[in-house]
Design a protein around this ligand. Sequence first.
Ligand SMILES: Nc1ncnc2c1ncn2[C@@H]1O[C@H](COP(=O)(O)OP(=O)(O)O)[C@@H](O)[C@H]1O
Ligand SMILES: Cc1cn([C@H]2C[C@H](O)[C@@H](COP(=O)(O)O)O2)c(=O)[nH]c1=O
Length: 238
Amino acid sequence: MPELVFFSGTMDCGKSTLALQIEHNRSARGLQGMIFTRNDRAGTGRLSSRLGLVAEAVEVAEDLDFQHHLVRHLTAGGRTDYVIVDEAQFLAPEQVEQLARVVDDLGIDVYAFGIATDFRTRLFPGSQRLMELADRLETLQVEALCWCGARATHNARTVGGRMVVEGAQVVVGDVGEPSGEVGYEVLCRRHHRRRLTAASAGAGALSPDVLPVDEPTSAPKVPPGRGLSDPLRRAGSH
Ligand SMILES: Nc1ncnc2c1ncn2[C@@H]1O[C@H](COP(=O)(O)OP(=O)(O)O)[C@@H](O)[C@H]1O
Ligand SMILES: Cc1cn([C@H]2C[C@H](O)[C@@H](COP(=O)(O)O)O2)c(=O)[nH]c1=O
């Protein structure tokens, strides 16, 4: 049975990499895919991963109708066995409905990849519609981490490393932007709620715990995963 699958996760968790792997594995077996994206950081008509892989893609314009596009292609004698859509959070809800029709009426698998929520923790309209319509929701397995070491579940927008909560829903950008520029950082919910980015917390890279030295048995217990270098421990009350 063909299906509509929505692979979601925070920024920088490997969605585009997985999209390119799926494309690679299927095309290596002689299947033909059609790849779409919208607003990829690498430029128009490109699907790029931070691991350095890039593939050509159809840029999804606001008025692109997926179903018409596929029907035109098939009618002209083209073949498509599966469809990949990256940055699917930027799709209009109607475009997600067209993708569902591509699956049901044309019998083509559709794999969509995107972040679920924006910098204010609200669902993107395209992601919401995908969650409502997908046959299957998949969460990426390689989780991105918050600076504190916890699993990152939220995307923060930053200016000069500080989290901002005002602005347009769509601003194309990347994690780890130089200070002063608009960028993004993935955080756990606790630190997203407190607007505590790595820069605001004064955190550097995660440092592992040192091997335990003999502590007196009365010493306070350190929760697992909290090394001496952990800014949470240093700052105490965050
Ligand atoms: N130098 C590197 N070495 C190994 N893995 C890397 C490196 N740079 C990035 N990655 C991996 O790539 C992931 C980001 O992949 P990408 O597909 O661009 O993410 P997404 O599309 O979800 O934003 C990172 O979470 C990390 O696992
Ligand atoms: C949180 C958030 C993100 N964006 C943009 C920033 C990037 O261009 C993409 C996400 O790309 P990735 O491949 O998943 O890293 O989305 C945005 O426009 N608005 C937001 O709130």
